[in-house]
Design a protein around this ligand. Structure first.
Ligand code: GLU
Length: 429
């Protein structure tokens, strides 16, 4: 038997073909030719540093005992503490959380935040549980992962189906266990508990800022641009609002309740108000309902997937009629879907920079918590803009220099930073 484990194999997961972990591994493979001597260390990117699987038993309101599976994966801690959200979704798997944690490593390094990458999840459909039950599940999950999180170890944040209230319960649970108010253990908290102004809309704002930059460098005006968005949650609705405020037309929106089309542009504020009261966009009178699959055929200038991963398959990518795909979600393109978009000359602005606004303002929140000195919303937005503009330009120039996609360029920038830190720290023992 060889003295070394086979490359690309972990005994505890078989990468699902075209699933998120396989997609991430293929992205690392594409980066290899550009890493020079650092390639020697690259296998570290294919192996998460630490995966914690926890069992969450909870007594429900009707007296029965339910069990949930939870995860916290720390993919890489070479550049600093772990950082990344926690999602509540019935389809969460270890493999998905591994990919999401790995993308956080890349995202944090691409933007040059002093963090490693981590992610968490609980396999649950939160819409089927009461507020009290969700609180109990959140608290038990936090207590179980309490072994590995902390303000200087790993800092969770909101993600799909989690919000500032859930962060408040996580902060309280951790604080009770350590015997002190530890505000820096999570970000995306309510303002009263050390949250930051601008955090709620930061991911959507970042999608807009990076989209504006990508459009500018490719000479595409935002004023008059047709925008189609999949997902009208926190990210999709905030990004839509900013694009519309800058003269774009929202021609199509899809969420879990349906798909709406309006060639003249949907009324974004009206749609957001409708979605808030009705739990989704279905039934909004200002647009024509179309079959969900037709969303991918709509003509647009900027298509923003802002829902879940693996939405843009090769088949859908063939049909997309957009000039730019701006990834608000994490991992929305499969490996094959990404290839088809590249072959067709559609500019793909990758998740690891397009949606980095959220974690960037999380970083601001964490810094404010440590210094107990809070910034104005204007200061937050100006700093966010500056960081994203600089990070995007660096990636754009790297892509031009090597004649590679923006995704591979973002990976080259990020992996170089991560592996440099790895090499400089050296191996212990
Ligand atoms: N969940 C967000 C993301 O995927 C934010 C993570 C954070 O703020 O730590 O980037």
């Amino acid at each position: 038997m060889s003295r070394q484990d086979n490359k690309n194999t972990l005994s505890f997961v078989q990468p699902e073909p075209n699933g998120p972990w396989a997609t991430y591994l293929s992205q690392v493979d594409q980066t290899m030719p550009y890493l020079g001597d650092l390639a020697r260390w690259a296998e570290t990117l294919r192996r998460p540093k630490r995966c914690l699987i926890v069992e969450i038993p909870v007594e429900l309101d009707d007296g029965t005992i339910a069990h949930f599976e939870g995860y916290r994966v720390q993919h890489n801690l070479s550049r600093g503490p772990g950082k990344g959200g926690v999602r509540f979704h019935p389809d969460v798997t270890l493999q998905e959380v591994m990919a999401l944690a790995a993308w956080m490593t890349i995202k944090n390094a691409a933007v040059n935040l002093p963090y490693g990458g981590a992610k968490g999840g609980v396999r649950i459909d939160p819409s089927r549980f009461s507020r009290r039950e969700i609180e109990k599940i959140t608290r038990r999950y936090t207590s179980e992962i309490g072994l590995i999180i902390g303000p200087d170890k790993d800092i969770p944040a909101p993600d799909v189906n989690t919000n500032s209230q859930i962060m408040a319960w996580m902060m309280d649970t951790y604080s009770m266990n350590v015997g002190a108010a530890a505000t820096g253990v999570v970000t995306g908290k309510p303002l009263q508990l050390g949250g930051s102004l601008g955090r709620v809309k930061a991911t959507g704002r970042g999608v807009f800022v990076v989209g504006r930059e990508a459009a500018g460098w490719s000479r595409m005006p935002i004023d008059g641009a047709r925008v189609a968005i999949q997902g009208f949650g926190n990210v999709g609705s905030s990004a839509a609002e900013l694009f519309v405020a800058h003269g774009a037309r929202l021609v199509a929106v899809q969420d879990h309740t349906g798909t709406l089309f309006n060639a003249e542009g949907l009324d974004c504020a009206g749609l957001a108000a409708h979605a808030a009261t009705h739990g989704g966009i279905a039934g909004f009178a200002g647009g024509e309902p179309i079959p969900d699959e037709q969303f991918w055929d709509v003509e647009s200038d900027i298509l923003i997937p802002a829902a879940l991963e693996s939405q843009i398959t090769a088949e859908r990518a063939q049909r997309i009629k957009a000039r730019m795909v701006l990834e608000g979600a994490n991992g929305p393109c499969t490996k094959d879907g990404d290839q088809v978009l590249n072959d067709r000359g559609i500019l793909v602005v990758p998740d690891v920079i397009a949606n980095a606004g959220g974690v960037t303002v999380s970083y601001f929140e964490w810094v404010q918590d440590f210094s107990s000195f809070f910034w104005t919303e204007d200061e937050i937005n100006v700093r966010l803009d500056k960081i994203l503009v600089g990070a995007f330009k660096h990636i754009w120039d790297t892509a031009a220099q090597h004649q590679i996609s923006l995704r591979t360029a973002a990976f080259v920038v990020a992996c170089t930073r991560v592996l440099q830190a790895r090499a400089e720290r050296g191996l212990y023992p």
